[in-house]
Design a protein around this ligand. Structure first.
Ligand code: B3K
Ligand code: ZN
Length: 873
């Protein structure tokens, strides 16, 4: 497979102004007729051939302006169709045949539970018909769907319904028209036995929009939360960005087999059922929040992605980074803002930092790729969102909003680049964002070494910052970035933020300093008392910041920092210092001793609890094993697990009564609601229960059993079940698992949780459980959610996946090899943990590499090929 380069971009020679499609649906032999209205661009020469993308299609007819072409007039290859001579303006008609039921890759037109559905982004449309499958070709669409009246009573496509009726032989049809020109990756079709829940939304200019959520009958009771989320998102986009919806109808469909979370097809969003269905009995608080966030994300794409789209796939972060930033802000406003930030950053620093430090590291705007599907990454999405967040903070909200208005107005209906977006921000703010653009082209996580000195004699604080970005594959030399660092100086006597004066300018009590050089010193004057600096507040830039904080400094910031995020971060840093010592002790076979400062810090937190219970729950949660691993030069999974367990148990023993009191104080029998207050209370209660269960406290175990049996809501049930299964009390765990599995056997989304809980436990025989569950009748490699729930979850089970006998690696490689044939996109994603082999000890490195090599010897899809090749390079 050959890479595609950004520098090779050429505008299209031909555009499609209007697209007419007719689908005659059949599981094994769907016929697609296309009538494309095509025009040569003024810039292209008359002898420019017409090249259309097309894969796995059987071409049955081809006509230009009504005249059939003969075999000499065109060529069909694995990649598509080429016609040497075409007029400047013409209609091209084609008829192809394809087999949705055999489409296990879930790209293009496929079947899920007997229902027909599509996934076209990025390059799935070429599996539906011959077409210029690139985002800078935008066309209006008219779509006729013909299906079986019994099997497919509901026939949906983008836009507005214009006609429907019956045909012979039990068939019927529906015609849809989408007046907004769109790239073909936003095309969608759904047909099946679906049922809908309806609602309405009136836009602020008075347009009545009909909202429909289409699901299988048994899921009708799980739609309320998504519908509510959609209406909140529609209102938020009007209020925050002045963006209204632009069609009379907005539809969401839930499907069980889906590679990603959801897809923003114009007017017809298609969702993984896991990202849209939620009911208190079946979904956890976390799942409710995910549904809200993804519903909003896909809705926001209607402007950031659909009305204004990407010129080419290198610009993917233009729509994804911006839209993730938008959904993060929305969720922050509807939930607890500090907790949303803590959770996002915590995930980011674990998973994106690891990606940025590994063999598949790439810039937010990559300059080449082999398989674009591999680039729907944390870097494109989450780091892209962090860059947009920095932009917003740099220019300020008002200028950012003006810049966004400009962007939407200027580029409406166009396919544009990241420069176009940043230019609007530069124009609206008057700032020079030249150096800032490096964030898009430079891969790797910048590291900042900071140190500070207080000069008592002059009342000055000198803060020196040095930045460097480590080399990443294909990018050895890095240039300094423009890094905004939000900060304050917290007085050690007063415990208050001190007034900041820099270069004679009075800056208030919090400011943003701009690091642009390799090294810079900032001298704050009139600093009345010795401070502890609070740096990178609210994670103002996606960097690793090192500052030689003492444990006393961190304990101080934990209670005194005015920035909630940094209070949490100080706790994490304090715990990390203790964990580092314990990891070393474990490796050296020395007795482990708990750092009393951590115990005292936790005691203070529990006694003097912050008002936001959700924040407290986060503060009481230790860094995850994955995050701790990220901080180590060589990952020692066993030492990390042992050290973390030791800290958990020490805290539980020392603060047993406090945890018990916290648990009791936060129990509630109120009817479940996914409100921020209830979610906060449940998380705090469940964190306390986790501590009690870590020492198998007798009363704690009874409370855990009771919580499981009470069956009040899935958050509490799942948490209790997880704690039982992860404890050594098999006498309690086995019957609980059995009850749960039998009760929910009919519900795939709950069964996914049942699989995950079992394969995440730390006990070593879990590998056998994974093998046993792979043979379970409810397991299937064809369902991505199930694969993620079982295999994906096992690969996150750090002590067991990284077993020294290599069985964990071998199991994953076996699955990847099989999935490579069925679903290359999912196969390539699943390899990720193996690609991180450089981070482990020699023995594991050898084992991991040999599994990668075993995969490499197979005939590979371009998806898997690209990942393995990078991992072994
Ligand atoms: N835009 C889709 C991505 C789907 C791509 C799958 N290969 C989801 C989203 O970001 O909203
Ligand atoms: Zn998106």
């Amino acid at each position: 497979p050959q890479p595609v380069y950004l520098s090779d971009y050429q505008p299209p020679a031909y555009r499609v102004t209007h697209t007419e499609l007719t689908f005659d649906l059949d599981p094994a032999a769907t016929r697609v007729k296309a009538r494309l209205h095509i025009e040569r661009q003024a810039t292209a020469s008359a002898d420019e051939p017409l090249k259309l993308d097309g894969e796995q299609l059987t071409l049955d007819a081809l006509l230009i302006d009504g005249n059939p072409l003969s075999g000499n007039d065109y060529q069909v290859s694995d990649e598509g169709l080429r016609i040497e001579q075409v007029p400047a303006r013409f209609t091209l008609e084609s008829e192809v045949q394809l087999s949705p039921k055999d489409n296990t890759a879930l790209e293009g037109l496929y079947q899920s539970n007997g229902m027909f559905c599509t996934q076209c982004e990025a390059e799935g449309f070429r599996r539906i018909t011959f077409y210029p499958d690139r985002p800078d070709v935008m066309s209006t669409f008219k779509v006729t769907v013909i299906g079986d009246r019994e099997r497919e009573p509901v026939l949906l496509a983008n836009g507005n319904p214009v006609e429907q009726g019956d045909l012979e032989n039990g068939r019927h049809f529906a015609i849809w028209e989408d007046p907004h020109p769109k790239p073909c990756y936003l095309f969608a079709l759904v047909a099946g036995d679906l049922h809908s829940v309806g609602d309405r939304f009136t836009t602020r200019s008075g347009r009545e929009v009909s909202l429909q959520l289409w699901v299988e009958q048994e899921n009708l009771a799980k739609t309320e939360h998504a519908m509510g989320s959609l209406k909140r998102a529609m209102a938020w986009d009007e209020q925050a960005y002045g963006r209204e919806y632009d069609l009379d109808l907005f539809m969401i469909v839930a499907v069980n087999d889906f590679n990603m979370g959801a897809m923003e097809n114009k007017g017809l969003n298609i969702f993984n059922s896991a990202a849209v269905l939620a009911h208190p009995d079946t979904a956890t608080d976390g799942a409710f929040q995910t549904v809200e966030g993804i519903v909003a994300h896909e809705y926001f794409h209607n402007w950031s992605g659909n009305r204004v789209t990407c010129r080419d796939w290198f610009q993917l972060s233009l729509k994804e980074g911006f839209t993730v930033f938008r959904d993060q802000c929305f969720s922050a406003e509807t939930n607890s803002a500090p907790v949303k930030r803590i959770q996002d950053v915590s995930f980011f620093r674990t998973a994106q930092f690891a990606e940025d430090a590994g063999p598949t590291a790439h810039p937010v705007r990559p300059d080449h790729y082999i398989e674009i599907t591999n680039f729907y990454t944390l870097t494109i999405y989450e780091k892209g969102a962090e860059i947009v967040r920095m932009l917003c903070n740099l220019v300020g909200w008002d200028a950012f909003r003006q810049g966004a208005d400009r962007y939407f107005a200027r580029f409406d209906g166009q396919a544009v680049t990241i420069e176009d977006f940043v230019d609007c921000m530069a124009e609206a703010s008057g700032l020079d964002l030249g150096q800032f653009m490096r964030w898009y082209s430079q891969a790797g996580t910048p590291e900042i070494d900071a140190h500070g000195e207080y000069d008592y004699a002059h009342g000055e604080y000198h803060l020196t910052l040095r930045q460097r970005t480590p080399a990443t594959p294909g990018q050895v030399d890095k240039e300094p970035l423009h890094i905004p660092i939000a900060m304050g100086l917290v007085g050690t006597k007063s415990g208050q933020d001190l007034a900041l004066t820099l270069d004679g300018n009075k800056l208030g009590k919090e400011t943003v300093i701009h690091l642009r050089e390799d090294e810079q010193t900032f001298v704050f004057t009139d600093v009345a008392e010795a401070p502890v600096p609070s740096l990178l507040r609210n994670f103002s830039a996606p960097v690793k910041l090192h500052f030689p904080y003492s444990r006393e400094d961190l304990a101080f910031l934990l209670t005194q920092d005015s920035d909630g995020f940094n209070r949490w971060d100080a706790g994490q840093r304090l715990a990390m210092l203790a964990l580092d010592d314990l990891i070393a002790a474990h490796r050296n076979g020395v007795e482990k001793v708990m750092d009393s400062r951590v115990v005292e810090a936790f005691r203070t937190l529990l006694a003097d609890a912050p008002a936001d219970k959700a924040v407290l729950a986060e503060m009481l949660t230790l860094p995850s094993e994955a995050y701790i691993a990220e901080q180590q030069p060589i990952v020692d999974v066993d030492a990390i697990h042992a050290a973390r367990e030791f800290v958990r148990q020490s805290l539980a023993m020392a603060l047993r009564d406090e945890f018990m009191a916290t648990f009791e104080a936060n129990r509630s029998s109120e009817p479940y609601a996914p409100t921020p207050e209830q979610i906060a209370q449940r998380s705090l209660k469940n964190v306390a229960l986790s501590y009690l269960m870590s020492i198998e406290d007798e009363q704690g175990v009874a409370l855990c059993e009771g919580q499981f049996a009470a069956n009040h809501n899935m958050t509490d049930v799942r948490h209790a079940l997880t704690l039982l299964v992860h404890s050594d009390r098999d006498d309690l765990a086995s019957p609980a698992l059995k009850t749960f599995g039998e009760k929910w056997a009919h519900d795939p989304l709950v069964m996914d949780q049942w699989f995950t809980i079992q394969v995440s436990r730390p006990q070593p025989e879990v590998i056998d459980r994974v093998k046993y569950l792979m043979a379970h009748p409810a397991f299937s490699l064809k369902n991505p959610n199930r694969v993620r729930a079982l295999i994906g979850a096992f690969a996150q089970n750090r002590v067991n996946f990284h077993r020294l006998d290599g069985q964990g690696y071998a199991l994953l490689a076996d699955v990847v090899i099989e999935l490579n044939q069925l679903n290359p996109e999912i196969a390539a994603r699943l390899i990720t943990p193996l690609t991180r082999w450089q981070r482990f000890d020699e023995t594991r490195q050898v084992l991991m590499r040999s599994e990668l090599e075993r995969i490499q010897r197979e005939p590979l899809s371009s998806n898997v090929y690209e990942v393995v090749e990078k991992a072994l390079a």
